[in-house]
Design a protein around this ligand. Structure first.
Ligand SMILES: Nc1ncnc2c1ncn2[C@@H]1O[C@H](COP(=O)(O)OP(=O)(O)OP(=O)(O)O)[C@@H](O)[C@H]1O
Ligand SMILES: [Mg+2]
Length: 400
């Protein structure tokens, strides 16, 4: 899968950008606050229809455009190797009194589509230094990891997740009403059924995915950290589970468990059991990853999780996701950098940001397309010590 052309208008600090990324590694170099992460964020938006950095969409529109009568940001990517040739997204903002409301609209091949339909058109995997929290942070971050991955490969999963989350919100507000002796207790049946049906889909997909991913994670991790064994296991929030991902059985188990916990859930005012409480267990050499591992080991494990995500997506979609690495190299030691470069060399397309070229090996730099980013503008990057190119030759039609 490849992005052939990327266009941005009034997005973050890019007033206007139109460029054709190369196949293979594309490296973006620049000082702090120049727009490196913004560029990767644009690709994430085109991939998932939402930003990984903010839920306040007006922040995505260039601040100088916010006073326009109809402020907007426009993002578009021309694609090769997938079912669609173009995906684009428009974010518009409207000021009402002092509040700003925003809207996102997406199109595939020029035709308006739902935001959900964008998922899968441009599969991406994003690597950031914050990935460390996949290991050290709360279970919600690991669920998000699985959700984002599965939403990109399975429309059935993303539909089930949207319905499940909505039903969960409704069930929780009903529980809070019931706690205050208001509301109709019988309505819990309706939400339990929805949660059990769609929750079973989520559990079945997650269990299947983790079972496939664990051996791949072990293998990929060993390529970067010989001697360390990484393993993943799925920990569903179900009272009993025999490890089988049979949706009918799971639905019956979930329904029974939800109903058996009515009294407790009303008391808590929230739903105590179900896939919204799952976890993904990560172990290094048979121990919980956070218990003994050094920071460097955890960083490498986080990197392995992202590479595993890419491997899994490729298997399911039959095409490689585009890899986005935001300032990841500087966190790794020399041998891990080289191992990662070796992996990236084999990939169809990747986008990497860094402050300086020195984090890459000369061989990798030579194989990549290099760009300098300065205040939201992209220029070809001249390597240190490279000869300054000759100015274009006058073809003789300049005024005398
Ligand atoms: N809506 C916006 N309009 C204009 N500028 C914006 C907007 N949102 C963010 N910026 C600017 O973009 C810049 C940050 O860009 P970005 O996060 O891409 O930096 P970076 O190059 O990745 O830097 P670092 O190396 O520190 O990570 C900041 O200067 C910020 O003020
Ligand atoms: Mg950045």
């Amino acid at each position: 899968m490849r992005v052939l052309r990327l266009q941005l208008r009034q997005f973050r600090n890019y007033w206007q950008l139109d460029f054709a990324p190369a196949a293979g590694p594309n490296i973006f170099l620049g000082a702090n606050a120049q727009g490196k992460s913004n560029l990767l964020e644009a690709l994430v938006l085109l991939s998932t229809a939402r930003s990984h950095r903010t839920s306040a969409d007006h922040n995505l529109i260039h601040t100088s455009a916010l006073d326009d009568p109809l402020p907007y940001a426009y993002l578009a990517a021309n694609l090769e190797g997938g079912p669609h040739r173009q995906v684009d997204l428009v974010i518009t903002a409207r000021r009402e009194n002092s509040a700003i409301t925003t809207q996102r609209a997406a199109r595939l091949d020029g035709k308006r589509c739902r935001l959900l339909d964008v998922l899968g058109a441009l599969p991406t995997v994003l690597f950031t230094p914050e990935d460390l929290s996949l290991l050290t942070g709360p279970p919600a971050l690991r669920r998000r990891y699985l959700d984002l991955l599965l939403c990109q490969v399975s429309p059935a999963y993303s539909r089930a997740l949207a319905t499940y989350n909505k039903a969960l919100l409704h069930r929780n507000s009903l529980l809070r009403l019931l706690k205050q002796r208001r509301g109709d207790r019988e309505q819990l049946h309706f939400y339990d059924k929805l949660l059990a049906e769609h929750g079973a889909t989520l559990v079945a997909h997650r269990a299947g995915a983790v079972a496939e991913m664990s051996p791949a994670a072990t293998k990929l991790h060993a390529q970067m950290a010989a001697g360390d064994e990484l393993s993943l296991s799925y920990m569903p929030a179900l009272p009993s589970w025999d490890g089988r991902a049979n949706p009918q059985l799971l639905e019956a188990t979930l329904l029974g468990s939800l109903q058996s916990l009515w009294a407790q859930d009303i008391e808590r005012g929230s739903t105590s059991l179900g896939p919204h409480r799952d976890d993904l267990r990560l172990q290094l050499n048979g121990q919980p990853a956070t218990a003994f591992a050094s920071r460097g080991q955890l960083r490498t494990a986080a990197l392995s999780l992202r590479l595993t995500e890419a491997w899994y997506m490729e298997g399911k979609l039959g095409r490689e996701p585009v890899l986005l690495l935001d300032d990841v190299m500087s966190e790794l030691d020399q041998s891990r950098r080289l191992a990662l470069e070796e992996i990236l060399r084999q990939k169809e397309q990747s986008f990497l940001t860094a402050l300086e070229e020195s984090v890459f090996s000369p061989g990798f730099l030579a194989s990549a397309a290099l760009y300098a980013i300065c205040a939201g503008e992209l220029k070809p990057y001249l390597r240190r010590g490279a000869a300054v190119p000759e100015p274009p030759r006058d073809e003789g039609n300049a005024p005398a």
